[in-house]
Design a protein around this ligand. Structure first.
Ligand SMILES: [Fe+2]
Length: 718
């Protein structure tokens, strides 16, 4: 059967609503299957999401056990009690279609605010009615209600070889019941092995691996819609995640891994610029599975008074989708949920940037910095450049193009791709430092830098090789990155850092500025906290590395001008809180001591490799210099002193830095404050399945830290 047109479904529902009696009839000769039979037919459980005052989205997926997949008509029951005696909705013939992997997603309308509902799906086969597990959900309080609202924040839940003890703790220890939970990115990871963890029992197996992208070393990345559905099916097979979904409605946004690591728009970054990784169809495949499996409200209401059935249409997907939206929960909370990934531009330093390319010449830098600062930052012997497009440099230019072509081929490019890349980058003003490194390596005579102008080039920002994430997305020199991005921001009329896209940014600022809620919450998948590694003044650090670096410019540190502008535009918003994830560490505080008082809270990863572990890996990979290897000065400063480094770089504006724990965050907002409580589990526990142990054994590993947030200021709660 072909995909059902959404309007057709709405129309047929209206007919069925008129025809179906209430309560159900014709069930008298049907027996109800066992729980185990139900679980086999609804193996991913149920879920609810996007709760509003009068609506909520309900979800399940059905399996036609023992037979090939067919479209199945489901019954939905929604009740005020867990025994399903006080039914408020009973609908039959809701279509779970093969075209959508037998998922069904409906919007239930006409509900009462601040009310707990129970729901389940079922269908009849033969003489047996098979039921899903029952879920619980809750509508949002009325916008005028003076009530405390509680929610949890989850993100980054890599499945492979990792157990979701964080969710177990959330389920057993949520201090009071929650109104909803937020999932703010990396709900799935798109590869079979993201963090190099031995898979063991928790492995991803694509049913059609030939459709995936081969990343080498046995690691595959999802590409087809089938690959992405395999991921959601596997992730949602976890009993703990099913329990979380069955207990609380979810409000979700995506980050990169719902599509592809460190993506921007439809462009992936696996090959660090060695090939064109823009793939609109792959992005739409990822989004299709995301919308099929997550109970996110989509589309306008239909004419049926009770139920709308969603079908995720291809034309609604990238670049036409709008995941950003806002939620009001009583008079004390308004949340704006954003999408950082779909409309953002490339990383300001592309992965294939030629290290010698000059991005600011002497005249430009002198005009900005003045002579003294220019000489200090771009001294003779370091920063000279030569214009290889001058007629007298034609021999040099062709030599360099040949060396660059050979170098790119060594990096895995074909001759024609390597040649084309070299033609593109070996032109204009190039740094003598880099030119001479290339000439020397090719046994050619270096050129003289005497008397040449000086400027800023990619190597001074940290780009050391032709195709690399280092110096591009990770580990850039802060001072030169700040200078470069400021120039680029002005030159491109701000397009270089247009992280949200113009339409979304206008929505965000407008919603937050006009909100009358006591607390306004901005949900950004990636953290607004600056993560700087300042290696100056650390004994034993080699001189060329004694600088301050941004660790990760895939997140907001990559767009420092837009971040400052955005926080400035929001400076007048009272009680503004930004919630983020992505970085697999916990932070609480302000951007800097002097910045507008906007509280920044970054939640720990549910299970993904912690930032402490990632920095350790990056340090040893970044340089083979002994200082960067275990026991060396850089390694010790970065790996053993990471929280202190992060804290120092913000001038003490951070009240909490934890780089080695998994866990989650809970927030309770009322008329006077938002209380944020971090729950931590040491990262080493992630390979242990605590669902097989007693609750006390996990509890013994847990620590917490809490803050009261008001007026953007954080006060520790003892
Ligand atoms: Fe993540």
């Amino acid at each position: 059967m072909d995909r059902i047109d959404r309007r057709t479904i709405l129309k047929s529902l209206a007919v069925m609503a008129a025809a179906s009696a209430f309560p159900a009839c014709g069930d008298s000769d049907v027996i109800v299957g066992t729980d185990a039979e139900g679980l086999a037919r609804f193996p991913q459980g149920v879920a609810s999401g996007d709760p509003k005052q009068n609506t909520v989205i309900l979800w399940t997926r059905v399996v036609n056990v023992g037979s090939s997949p067919v479209d199945l008509p489901l019954r939905l029951e929604v009740a005020l009690d867990s025994g399903f005696n006080q039914l408020v909705v009973l609908k039959d013939d809701l279509p779970a279609t093969v075209a959508h992997d037998s998922c069904i997603k409906v919007r239930v309308k006409g509900l009462t605010a601040a009310t707990t509902y129970y729901y389940r799906f079922s269908f009849v086969q033969g003489r047996t009615r098979y039921r899903s597990t029952a879920g619980r959900t809750r509508t949002a309080p009325d916008a005028s209600a003076d009530v405390t609202v509680r929610f949890a924040v989850a993100n980054c839940q890599d499945y492979v070889g990792r157990y979701w003890n964080s969710y177990q703790q959330m389920l057993t220890a949520a201090p009071e019941d929650l109104d909803f939970f937020l999932s703010i990115g990396d709900y799935i990871y798109e590869t079979t092995n993201t963090f190099g963890t031995a898979a063991g029992a928790r492995a991803i197996n694509f049913s059609k691996p030939s459709e995936a992208i081969d990343l080498g070393g046995g690691n595959l990345a999802a590409k087809s819609v089938g690959n992405y559905r395999d991921l959601y099916r596997t992730y949602r097979s976890d009993p703990l995640l099913q329990q979380v979904h069955a207990r609380w409605p979810i409000i979700a946004t995506w980050d990169d891994h719902e599509y592809s690591d460190d993506c921007w728009g439809s462009t992936a970054t696996y090959f660090d610029g060695r090939k064109n990784e823009k793939d609109d169809e792959r992005r739409r495949n990822a989004e299709q599975a995301f919308f099929e499996y997550l109970p996110i409200d989509e589309g306008a209401p239909g004419s049926d008074p009770q139920i709308d059935v969603f079908t995720t249409e291809r034309a609604q997907l990238y670049p036409n989708q709008k995941l950003w939206r806002s939620f009001v929960f009583g008079k004390h909370l308004e949340m704006v949920v954003t999408d950082y990934r779909s409309f953002r531009p490339d990383h300001p330093v592309p992965e294939d940037a030629f290290p010698g390319t000059v991005v600011a010449d002497q005249a430009t830098l002198l005009a900005i910095l003045g002579q003294a600062a220019f000489d200090a930052n771009f001294p003779p012997g370091l920063a000279e450049y030569i214009d290889v497009d001058q007629p007298e440099q034609s021999d040099l230019k062709s030599s360099l193009a040949g060396i660059a072509t050979a170098g790119a081929m060594q990096e895995g490019l074909s001759l024609s791709d390597a040649f084309a890349w070299a033609q593109r980058v070996i032109r204009g003003k190039l740094a003598v430092l880099v030119v001479n490194q290339m000439l020397t390596a090719a046994n050619q005579r270096p050129i003289s830098a005497d008397g040449l102008e000086r400027g800023l080039f990619y190597a001074l920002i940290g780009k050391q090789s032709f195709f690399s994430r280092y110096g591009s997305r990770y580990v850039v020199v802060k001072s030169s990155y700040d200078l470069y991005t400021a120039l680029l921001y002005a030159k491109t009329a701000k397009a270089s850092e247009n992280a949200f896209g113009t339409e979304q940014e206008a929505f965000i600022v407008d919603k937050l500025a006009k909100s009358t809620a006591t607390h306004k919450v901005l949900i950004s998948s990636v953290s607004l906290v600056s993560m700087q590694l300042n290696l100056t003044g650390i004994p034993g650090v080699p001189a060329q590395f004694a600088r301050a670096f941004y660790f990760d410019v895939d997140q907001w540190d990559g767009f420092p001008n837009k971040r400052a502008e955005l926080l400035g535009r929001l400076a007048g918003v009272q009680n503004l809180l930004a919630l983020s994830g992505d970085i697999h560490g916990s932070f609480a505080g302000n951007e800097k001591a002097s910045s507008p008082k906007i509280a920044l809270l970054t939640a720990p990863a549910i299970s993904s490799q912690t930032v402490g572990e990632s920095v350790g890996e990056a340090v040893t990979t970044f340089s083979s210099d002994p200082a960067f290897q275990p026991g060396g000065a850089v390694y010790n400063a970065l790996v053993n002193g990471l929280p202190q480094l992060f804290q120092a770089a913000t001038g003490g504006a951070l009240k909490l830095v934890d780089t080695s724990s998994h866990g989650f965050l809970t927030v309770a907002v009322d008329a006077t404050k938002a209380r944020a409580t971090f729950t931590f589990i040491p990262h080493g526990e992630v390979s242990t399945d605590y669902s097989k142990k007693s609750a006390a054994e996990l509890q013994a590993k847990v620590t917490t830290a809490a803050f009261d947030v008001a007026g953007g200021q954080l006060t520790p709660v003892s």
